[in-house]
Write a protein that binds this ligand. Sequence first.
Ligand code: PMP
Length: 360
Amino acid sequence: MNRVYNFSAGPSMLPFPVLEKAQKELVSYNESGMSVMELSHRSGLFTNIITEAEALLRELMQIPDNYKVLFTQGGASQQFAMVPLNLLNKSGKADFIHTGSWSKKALSEAKKYGETRVIASSEDENFTYIPDVDVTMIDKEADYVHITTNNTIEGTAFATIPDTGDVPLVADMSSNILSEQIDVSKFGIIYAGAQKNIGPAGVTVVIIREDLIGQAKDSCPTMLNYQTFTDSGSLYNTPPTFAIYMAKLVFEWLKKLGGIKKMEKINREKAAILYDYIDQSELFASPVKKGSRSIMNIPFIIPGRELDAQFVKEAQEAGLETLKGHRSVGGMRASIYNAMPVEGVQALIQFMKDFETRNK
Ligand code: PMP
């Protein structure tokens, strides 16, 4: 079996038992004589899949009853527009916490629909840290505050979630949903593209507090209105059926593993061994300030040497895939989402040690 350790930021590794189960069920799901890809989205079998997927996600994240779970399309990028189209209607103002390339995109999309303001930013130091959020800065009239809880490209993450009081907090959790325990009740909306910790690309999960539904602008397209998804149980049109099925398998895997609490423990251990090695290394360094570091996306650099390309090439030859950093920041980046086993991180550290010895 030619599996590699894939450190891609997304689409990224899926748990191996999930792939095996999908393979086993591929040509005839549940003795139907059809693959999930061939099932009608209105069939009983698919209804069971989407219902079960939602129930498992609710259980894993302990989602309170006054929140809806929606399966949308268009990725997290579409949420950059859906959020303002649905929420930016009372004062027409939104406050943003600006921590990197993705928050920038969310901000520039929201600007098209209302008045936006940045209340905290780490742009002054190239987004290498998480800024303090002075919650007294929040406009009490704002329709929402937007946060990117984990910055996939920069490798930073919020250690604590700011308390925005009565102003709904909208979170892009694309790259750290299901990786650590969070209190859903602190948020108005949580959204995440699937292709990191949920499943394959194509489905987007939206967790939304009920009172935030039904406020969309009149001009809001039907497919961009959260109400359309709640009214139809995410079945207004044909949903990405296979991606939802895969997400269900991932949720089952996570539950069997011990849930998010257990997953978080494993994730923290994986990240700690990698950071510990980087911090004591004489070749590699972390560009991210301690206290702001992501446990999902770990960038590292080789200061003063032109060894990046060689590192990435030799790592690939050793079965360690996609370690090149994002084109906007350079260096290397190891994305170690839920499905990356600890053995993969250990193999990376061993490779880095050997590389360091060879390039003293
Ligand atoms: N937000 C974050 C934090 C991301 O990491 C990504 C994708 N890497 C996006 C948004 C965009 O997601 P999508 O490609 O699903 O639109």
